[in-house]
Structures are given as C-alpha cells and as structure tokens.
Design a protein around this ligand. Structure first.
Ligand SMILES: Nc1nc2c(ncn2[C@@H]2O[C@H](COP(=O)(O)OP(=O)(O)OP(=O)(O)O)[C@@H](O)[C@H]2O)c(=O)[nH]1
Ligand SMILES: [Mg+2]
Length: 193
C-alpha cells in the first residue's frame, strides 16, 4: 500500500462523534500497552502520529485517522489497565460492544495480543465478541522482537490453543517484521468492501 496522505480526523468520546461518511474502516483493539498505537504508526510509517506512551490507559477515546482520503484506521481505547476505576472498565465493554455491533463500515478488526503471554480473560472476551458479531478479524501477536524464534513458536502454540478460531499473525514495531502480511490483510478487506 502506498501511503499518500494521513490525516488525524478526530478523537471520539461517544457514538455521536464517530465519522459518518461511510468510508471503510480498520479497527485496532487490545489491552492497554499492547502496542496498538505503535502498530498504527509503523504501518503508516509516521512516527508519533498515534500517541504511544509508557502510561497505559492513556487512549480513552476512539481516534480516527483518514488514509489516502479513502479509508480509516480507528485506534480504540485499551482495556485491562488495573489502575482505572471499575466504572471506566465497565465503560470499555459498553463502548466496544456498541462499536463492534453498530459500526457498519468496519471491514477488518485487528485484535492485538502480547506474543509473550497467554491471552487474558478480557482478550478472550473480546475475541468472543468478534466471533459473536461475525466480524472479519485477525489477531496480531505484538512485541515479537522480545522473544527468540523458539520462544515465539512455543508461545504461539499456547495462544492458538486458547484462541483456536482466529488467524494469528506476529508483529514487531521495532523491526517492522510482519508489516507486509498485515497490509495484505487490510488490502483484501478494503477490496472486498
Ligand atoms: N519491543 C517492543 N516494544 C513495543 C512494541 N510495540 C509497542 N511497544 C512498546 O510498548 C509500549 C506501549 O505501546 P503503545 O503503542 O503506546 O500501546 P497501546 O496499545 O497504544 O497503549 P494504550 O494507548 O495505552 O492502550 C510503548 O513503550 C512501546 O514503545 C513492539 O513491537 N516491540
Ligand atoms: Mg495507544
């Protein structure tokens, strides 16, 4: 994919603020700190476009980026950050279900999980929603650079046992390895729109 333009469009704190022009959308979902913003920056090769931080739980709104004037990336808030209040945690579930059930232009959901760990209860919950709402999706196991290839294979084996129904790709935003495969998935989803 040749990236000609990237524009940050808006930060939406509720449904009324979602974009409404019906362009196809790719969503990035996963726990706090898993690497959603890093993946977006790396796919678009724009450092610091989507904010990355060491402060988990920072992205509380859905951030919309318009690419090539023709499709959106939606950076969703992270979940599972222990230090947020119970009501904020419940809000995440409401927001995510509202988004997955109601976003008609969503053509691909990219669920990020940490390649080093077994999926958490919330990762499993999100994956169940993706299946329940019949969403075209892939799982991307991030931070693959932190494991040797042997460790990575072992870890993927365990992850696949827990999430057997979804296709899993691996990715590192440090090396960029896995980037082309993710773009291929995005391209196919856009072409099928
Ligand atoms: N080594 C390594 N570090 C990564 C990778 N991806 C992200 N990180 C680091 O992990 C931290 C969190 O990354 P973010 O991209 O901000 O994570 P996020 O999912 O957007 O987090 P929230 O917005 O809080 O939900 C940052 O310090 C990143 O530099 C990766 O592939 N490899
Ligand atoms: Mg983020």
């Amino acid at each position: 994919m040749k990236i000609n333009s990237v524009n940050f469009v808006k930060s939406a704190f509720n449904r009324e603020h979602w974009t409404t022009d019906g362009l196809p959308e790719i969503a990035f979902l996963g726990r706090s700190n898993v690497g959603k913003s890093s993946l977006i920056n790396s796919l678009l090769q724009r450092k610091g476009l989507a904010r990355t931080s060491n402060t988990p739980g920072r992205t509380q709104s859905i951030n919309f980026f318009l690419i090539n004037e023709s499709f959106y990336f939606a950076d969703l808030p992270g979940y599972g950050y222990a230090r947020v209040s119970k009501s904020t945690r419940a809000d995440w579930g409401v927001m995510a279900e509202e988004y997955l059930s109601g976003r008609e232009s969503l053509v691909l959901s990219i669920q990020l999980i940490d390649s080093r760990h077994n999926p958490t209860a919330l990762d499993i919950q999100l994956n169940e929603w993706l299946h329940y709402y019949n969403k075209n999706h892939i799982i991307v196991a991030t931070k693959a650079d932190k494991l040797s290839s042997n460790q990575l294979n072992k870890s993927l084996f365990e992850i696949k046992k827990i999430l057997p129904k979804s296709e899993i790709l691996t990715y590192s935003s440090i090396t960029g390895k896995g980037r082309e495969s993710i773009w291929t998935k995005i391209g196919t989803a856009l072409n099928n729109f």
